[in-house]
Structure formats: C-alpha cells, structure tokens
Design a protein around this ligand. Structure first.
Ligand SMILES: Cc1cc2nc3c(=O)[nH]c(=O)nc-3n(C[C@H](O)[C@H](O)[C@H](O)COP(=O)(O)OP(=O)(O)OC[C@H]3O[C@@H](n4cnc5c(N)ncnc54)[C@H](O)[C@@H]3O)c2cc1C
Length: 413
C-alpha cells in the first residue's frame, strides 16, 4: 500500500467525526468511511424528538452535504464490513471487496435490544435507532390512538412525550421502580415521572412486556408481566442497546461490555482504535471501565483518536461526560456521571420545572442534572472538569448559586 490509509468502519456520529477531525488535524492520507446505512451520515438525536414531531426535515439531520465528502477527500462507501484481517491489514466488505488499511478505526455503534417476546414481529411494533426506523414509525403516528412504550429509558420517554403531544394515549411499562433510573438521581427521576403524568402519560412500574397481541398480523394490545392487557395501535420498545462487537470479536480483539480499549482508545491491536457507543474504556470519572451512549462521547473520542493519528502527542482520553434529553417542555442536561451518588442537593424551583440536582459521592461533586437551567449545566461542566471542591453543606446554604460559585472559584488566567 503506497498511500497511508485510515479506514473508518461505521459512518455514524463517531465515524463521521473521525473523518472530519482527521482533515482538521491535517491528516493528508486517504480516508475511507464505510457505513452500512443508506444515504449520507446523519445524527440520531432528532429521530426521537423534532423529526418525529414533524418539525424538521430529514435533510437537516445530515452532518454534511455530499460535496463536503468530495471536497475533503473522504471516500464514503455504503457497504457492510464483514471481516477484519489483522495480519494482512485489510477489511472485507459484503460484496467480497478487500480494502487495505494502515490504521483501522472501529466506530460500529450499537443496535437496539429487541424484546424476545411472542408477537414482537407484528406490524405496529417498532424500535427507534435509525432514520429508517423513524421513517417507518412517523406515518403511523398520524392515525394511532394508543401507544404502549416498553422501557422508561431516555428514548422510550422521548417517544412517549412526542406521542402524548400528538394526542395519542400512552402507557409506559417499566420493570424498575422509576424512570431513567440507570442514569438519573432519584429527585430528577421523580420530576420526570410527574411531568409525564401531567402530559397524560400512564407509567406502570414493576411491569414488563409479556407478549404483543394482534389480529390480522397487526398489533392490537400488549399483555404485561402482571397479566394486564393494554390496548395499543403501536408499540415502541426502548430497552437498551447491544454494542456491535461481532467483527472485533471474530478478529480476536478483547470484548467486555463493548470492545475494550485503553486510555488512548486503542484496542489490543495498536493499528486498530475503537470509539463511541461500541467501546468500553477506562474513564477517569468512574472507578470501572464504562461504555457510554452519547453524542459527546462519540464526538470527543473521535477527536482524540483523529489527533493521535494525525501525529499530535497522544494523551489519555479524559473528557467529562455530558448528555441531554428533551421531553415535552423539559430540557435535561447532565454533566458528569451520577452512579454511586449517596447525597443530593436540589437548587431552584422544581414546581416551575427549572432546577438542578447536584449529585455527591462521599462528599465529592460527581454530577449535576439540570432541568431547564442551562446556565447551571455550563457552570457544572467547568466545575467538574477542573475538580473544584464543592461540599454538599456549601451547596445547601440559602441562596447558593452554582454559576456565581463557578465564577468565584475560576482560576485566574
Ligand atoms: C433515537 C436516538 C436519540 C438519541 N438522542 C440522544 C440525545 O438526545 N443526546 C445524546 O447525547 N445522545 C443521543 N443519542 C445517542 C447518540 O446518538 C449515540 O450515542 C451516537 O450516535 C453514537 O455514535 P456511534 O458512531 O458510536 O454509533 P452510531 O451512531 O450507531 O453509528 C454506528 C454506525 O455503524 C454502522 N455499522 C454497524 N456495523 C457495521 C458494519 N459491519 N459495517 C458498516 N457499518 C456498520 C451502523 O449501522 C451505524 O450507522 C440518541 C440515540 C438514538 C438512537
């Protein structure tokens, strides 16, 4: 191989960003971006929000128009990568073509976990991961009267909010005891529970999907694990994702809740990096390696790998995790990771839905969840990134203001 070639497998958020950042960092070799979804690379967050509400057209989801790829010499190939030959430094595509690489970046993302339940194949049952999924679901919202959502995670509840706003009766089944429990503190979960109820959404905790019922091949109802039957024209499941690790695994790379990478986002093979929803990485913000599913994670990891491959000094990846979700009139922004939280302090007005929850672990601020308080979120990102000491007692003092505290503790330039 004459020209140094970086192959990026997976053309989602992380794959596209790697290509863009490589050019920004001055990489002059070949870039081949291979994705198995039709059309130009696009962003997923609006799929369960503005796009499903019919507020934005599909064209606005694309990261870049077709000319950008040409102008930046990014060779975009629509194909499935079926094998990695580590010894030969090449990948094989579904059509049998083999492409050589000097470095391979795996950005294969994740796919929806499908409930293994009778009736799950009936017409009217949807997952929501891709543009194709959203395009199949959106037209059905026009005449649907009742929707059942399986799983009160971010995507299930974003869909529930959209459906309720469109006048559809919504029931949500959640096996746990509160919404978005995997990622949110109890006070914030509780605020979202109240908000959804105020929009008319019925939340059923301790309830799972037992089966989907239908007539003529089309869904008519679900049966829950406790034996209830709930009528439905559409069923949307959002019970988490499975990272697309099979290629890496077949190539002998270590896989453990995602493809395992080190602090430089390298796999066991120094010529293969991996990023985004696909990977489990050592995160300085947690004690255990984590796999995160967020735009921030995909983008920041792509930038870090691109800089390293373009010859910048490699530094351990340490970006602060942050995330957002929009549900009805609630814009939630999360800075940091709240797992292991043992104390919380609430700032602001929960009734007016403008408040933040400060999450502490052993007296140390680890995350801030802000509902309609973007200024708190921005201050929290700065405070957490510089490990500013803030004790729960301080935050509980009357009149405590996070933005003012951030400004007061800012190191002088
Ligand atoms: C509906 C929805 C709403 C979301 N909302 C938010 C939000 O509000 N905020 C937020 O921070 N995050 C949100 N996310 C999460 C965010 O979109 C993901 O974390 C992000 O897309 C991950 O990027 P990625 O590139 O790692 O994976 P992906 O975007 O999934 O891209 C991986 C790509 O690789 C392709 N691929 C897989 N296998 C192969 C193969 N063998 N050959 C070729 N191509 C392959 C896949 O088809 C896919 O196109 C949302 C996700 C969804 C689905």
């Amino acid at each position: 191989m004459n020209t140094p070639t970086i192959i990026i497998a997976g053309a989602g958020q992380a794959g596209y960003q790697t290509a863009a950042s490589l050019r920004q960092e001055g990489w002059d070799g070949r870039i081949v971006l291979i994705g198995d979804e039709p059309g130009l690379p696009y962003q997923r967050p609006p799929l369960s929000k503005a796009y499903l509400l019919g507020k934005v057209p599909a064209s606005t989801l694309r990261f870049r128009p077709a000319e950008w790829y040409e102008q930046n010499r990014v060779e975009l190939i629509e194909a499935r990568v079926t094998a990695i030959q580590r010894g030969a430094h090449s990948v094989t595509l579904a059509n049998g073509q083999t492409l050589p690489y000097s470095h391979l970046v795996l950005a294969l993302g994740a796919r929806n976990r499908v409930p293994d339940r009778p009736g799950i194949d009936l017409d009217g049952v949807f997952g929501l991961r891709t543009l194709a999924d959203a395009d199949a679901l959106a037209p059905r919202l026009a005449d649907a009267r009742r929707a059942v959502v399986v799983g009160a995670g971010f995507i299930g509840l974003e869909f529930a909010a959209v459906a309720a706003a469109r006048g559809i009766e919504v029931d949500v089944l959640e096996v746990g005891t509160r919404p978005m429990a995997r990622a949110l503190s109890e006070p914030m979960s509780s605020a979202f529970d109240s908000a959804h109820r105020s929009w008319g959404v019925r939340l059923h905790y301790g309830e799972g999907l037992y089966s989907v019922l239908g007539t003529g091949g089309r869904v008519t109802a679900v049966r829950t694990t406790s034996g209830k039957q709930i009528a439905a024209d559409i069923v949307v499941y959002g019970i988490g994702v499975v990272p697309n690790v099979e290629l890496a695994s077949a190539a002998g790379l270590t896989v453990d809740n995602g493809v395992r990478v080190d602090a430089l986002l390298q796999t066991d093979d120094p010529d293969i990096s991996a990023i985004g929803d696909l990977v489990s990485f050592p995160c300085p913000w947690t004690t255990q390696p984590v796999r995160l599913e967020s735009v921030q994670n995909a983008v920041d990891q792509a930038r870090a790998v691109a800089a390293r491959l373009a010859g910048k000094a490699a530094a351990p990846y340490s970006a602060l995790p942050w995330f957002w979700t929009d549900q009805g009139d609630m814009k939630l922004q999360i800075a940091g990771l709240s797992d292991g939280t043992d104390n919380t302090v609430v700032l602001g007005d929960t009734v007016a839905r403008q408040f933040s929850v400060l999450c502490f672990r052993s007296g140390k601020l680890v995350a801030v969840e802000s509902c309609n308080r973007t200024s708190d979120h921005m201050a929290a990102r700065k405070l957490l990134a510089r490990h500013t000491d803030l004790r729960p007692e301080q935050a509980s003092e009357p009149g405590f203001d996070l933005k003012a505290f951030e400004a007061a503790t800012r190191p002088s330039a």
